[in-house]
Ligand binder design. Sequence first.
Ligand SMILES: [Zn+2]
Length: 290
Amino acid sequence: MIKHDQLHRFLFEGHSVRGELVSVSETYQQMLENHSFPQPVQQLLGELLVATSLLTATLKFNGDITVQIQGDGPVKLAVINGNNQQQMRGTARIDGDVKTESSLRDMIGNGYMVITITPTEGERYQGVVALEGETLEECLGAYFKQSEQLPTRLFIRTGMLDGKVAAGGMLLQVLPNEHDGNEELLDHLVQLTATIKGEELFTLDVEEILHRLYHEEDVTLYEPQQVAFRCTCSRQRCIDTLMTLPEADLQEILHSDGKIDMGCEFCGKHYVFDENDVSEIKATKTAQLH
Ligand SMILES: [Zn+2]
């Protein structure tokens, strides 16, 4: 029985190279459920989801990673946000016509990719790379080169499993302080890993995949981590946002709509505040200030 929506970590013994493998189906489907995105956008979000899951798993601390692509094409924004517990959410903003068979470039136009790493404690890091590659894999490769991080390669596959969307991927990374002489070895492992097919990622268990790819290597596999769709929106977060808005703006919305309706872009949930709610929030705020 294949377990989906799990992130696996492994290590090439004696080689100072680590790896990750992830396959997502339910997480991916739930993420798309609240939206009606065209197929190429669904695929792009699947690729971003896999990339974010793999990148999040490289974090050495608690925190979250947001991977977003922005541009001047019909897809203005595609974004995935995930944390070290592998809780993922994502969405896209579309303005215009996305044709079937659209490439990354067709969808995004001239754009860039922003990767934001936010530790629970400590400083935020942001890396920006122009969207010059043909595929997300290539763009991520450019990001790693530019940001002078550890030599890292990602492999991303999307497709269908039992009539539903599925995505998966792998990551290889040279361990810190052991760069020297490992580039060649990484190249060798990269060649092996590049042969992975989406179907294999979606239908085979991890031991089988590792054996198929690296049967001559000594690989240690660690306990898997569950990947899940989870949105971090809440009524309190909406209240925090409301409190930052000018009083006149709030009154104007209340006056014209009778309520303030805040929809979550990620999960589609609505948080509604009427006049009483707003006065109560303001009263609490005033009480806290004094
Ligand atoms: Zn939400």
